[in-house]
Ligand binder design. Structure first.
Ligand SMILES: C[S@@+](CC[C@H](N)C(=O)[O-])C[C@H]1O[C@@H](n2cnc3c(N)ncnc32)[C@H](O)[C@@H]1O
Length: 274
């Protein structure tokens, strides 16, 4: 706790406007002195019905002039920090979960805490939460690797074809300059080449888009062979999902080591009492 006036709460609106915003987030938005948002136009519009004082952080983007998205994010953080320094109860409402593949909230919280202000994040429903439900894929069943698509391409990220792979921002894959809006077939072909080190090109890939407007829409779930990724229709809201391609290999000797330990452990109290 700090008695410095001004604070920041970073909340998520969920992906589907029809009810995925938590009651807590809604209440934060309604009672804020000022709300900043980074969300779809529909969500931004809906927020103004909860609180008339809404500023849209998307105005920081400037693709026409080749502005680096990192500079846009820094500008957004500066807006949030300035409003808190002015003593306001500020809410940043980002779509989905506000801290999942979304840096602005994390950066603003870190800076404000460093300056002695109260600042925290509350969880929301992310695109990953939606895809688990819509695709029936449990990340706990076989493990899950989750990467931003360009990050996955640029860095030597481990590949594990026995686990679920989720690639975020596939619609702008391969833009390490952070200045363009759409992935080209050529860049996607480079990604297919890379993935071919671990997956057969015939392996299934899924272009997934969660519904955003009503509970009656169905998700977009396009299944195609990995080799066809360069031809896939990808947008700013597409996530690429690659189901596991292989089984798991047991670590030699591990089951025996654990069994030997368990044999020496005391019985559970319930068992002793029974
Ligand atoms: C900057 S990240 C923001 C993620 C967001 N914070 C969340 O919690 O889901 C943007 C990426 O999220 C994913 N995404 C956003 N909306 C989506 C939707 N309606 N369906 C599927 N994926 C979505 C896409 O991979 C998109 O490129």
């Amino acid at each position: 706790m700090t008695d410095k006036p001004g604070r920041l709460v970073v909340v998520g609106t969920g992906i589907n406007i029809a009810g995925q915003c938590t009651l807590m987030a809604k209440s934060r938005i309604e009672t804020a002195d000022h709300v900043f948002t980074l969300a779809t136009p529909v969500i931004a519009e809906w927020l103004t019905t909860l609180n008339p004082k809404v500023s849209d952080l998307r105005t920081h983007y400037d693709y026409a002039n080749g502005k680096d998205r990192l500079d846009s994010y820094r500008g957004m953080v500066a807006d949030l920090v300035a409003a808190v320094r002015a003593g306001r109860n500020v809410v940043a409402a980002f779509y989905g979960h506000p801290g999942v593949f979304a840096c602005v909230g994390h950066w603003a919280i870190e800076q404000l805490r460093g300056e002695g202000y109260e600042a925290w994040m509350e969880p929301g429903v992310s695109a990953e939460d939606c895809l688990v439900a819509d695709l029936g894929l449990d990340p706990g069943a076989r493990g899950c690797l989750s990467y931003e698509a360009t990050h996955f391409m640029l860095y030597d990220c481990p590949m594990d074809a026995s686990a679920l792979l989720i690639l975020w921002q596939i619609g702008i894959a391969g833009d390490h300059t952070r200045t363009t809006r759409f992935a080209t077939p050529e860049r996607l072909a480079v990604l297919v080449d890379l993935l071919s080190r671990a997956y057969p090109q015939s392996h299934e890939a899924i272009a997934y888009e969660a519904p955003v407007l009503t509970p009656f829409e169905t998700a977009r779930i396009d299944r195609f062979p990995l080799a066809d990724l360069p031809k896939a229709q990808l947008t700013a809201t597409t996530t690429l999902v690659i189901p596991p391609a292989t089984g798991k290999t047991e670590r030699p000797g591990m089951a025996e080591t654990l069994a030997a330990l368990i044999a020496t452990e005391p019985a559970w109290p319930e068992a002793t009492q029974a």
